[in-house]
Design a protein around this ligand. Structure first.
Ligand SMILES: [Zn+2]
Ligand SMILES: [Zn+2]
Length: 263
């Protein structure tokens, strides 16, 4: 059961809690002024993704060159999803946080990571009808005991006041670990791995898909394919971290106008 405490009582409780358990940096464990923060040293090592960036995949651009721009990769082959946003590049500090969260049972990191994701993906959350986490296969869920994407999705849905559909999508085929595979192999590996279990939760709706890390985009592409086939009108993607190749020069899109979201 969750107690709903008045604000002043919660604030008093937090002050007391901070005295007994001083807040610590999420990454290195050094004391910080407030809970759910990174210390200045760790903060400085995180490469937050900010505009200018590709309007579709969110990849950061090296320089300011206007707002209606796509990166070369998206111009060459437009992803199935509409927009993808991420808080930070998958660098050393971020990798440490993600691995601690995912494999180190540090589930208490979920609210702090979700809060950062909410800043990076505010327009996507505002325009979403339903929040759907990328599911784990039940064997992996059994081993790990929790789905890290579902924890993030739950926190985002709660704070963003959006419906959450954790059972809408299922991973029907266990895929081998994607860590060492090349891009093309990853797309082949996950194709057919997902199915929509509750089409009524996504049909006619704008879906915001949540995961911890975006690497090649193969997983979210496979999810997006089945969500769109089940009638989702749009699929946006929000992840905590994104593997970004070296900063790219923006390419001016001429073929079709691109919707610009306000950051
Ligand atoms: Zn730190
Ligand atoms: Zn792009």
């Amino acid at each position: 059961m969750r107690l709903r405490l008045p604000g002043w009582l919660r604030a008093a409780g937090n002050t007391l809690l901070n005295t007994v358990f001083p807040p610590l940096c999420l990454a290195c464990g050094e004391p910080t002024p407030e809970t759910g923060q990174l210390c200045p040293t760790c903060f400085a090592t995180v490469e937050f993704i900010t505009p200018p960036q590709c309007q579709v995949c969110g990849a950061p651009f090296a320089d300011e060159a206007g707002a209606t721009l796509l990166c070369g990769a998206c111009l060459l082959r437009r992803p199935l999803y509409a927009r993808s946003r991420s808080c930070a590049r998958y660098g050393d500090t971020v990798r440490g946080l993600v691995l601690a969260f995912k494999h180190g049972d540090r589930t208490e990191l979920a609210p702090a990571l979700a809060a950062m994701m909410m800043r990076a993906g505010a327009p996507l959350i505002a325009e979403a009808d339903v929040i759907v986490p990328v599911p784990l296969h039940r064997w992996r869920l059994f081993r790990r005991r929790f789905n890290q994407a579902a924890l993030l999705a739950r926190a985002i849905a709660r704070s963003g006041h959006k419906p959450l559909a954790t059972q809408a999508l299922a991973r029907i085929r266990a895929t081998s670990s994607q860590g060492r595979q090349r891009r093309r192999a990853r797309f082949a590996n996950v194709r057919g791995s997902f199915a929509v279990r509750r089409p009524q939760q996504v049909a006619g709706r704008a879906v915001l898909l949540i995961d911890d890390v975006l690497t090649t985009g193969a997983t979210v592409a496979a999810c997006t394919r089945v969500l769109r086939a089940a009638g989702a009108i749009r699929v946006d993607v929000l992840t905590f971290a994104q593997v970004v190749r070296p900063l790219v020069a923006p390419v001016r899109a001429s073929a079709e106008p691109v919707k610009v979201d306000a950051h």
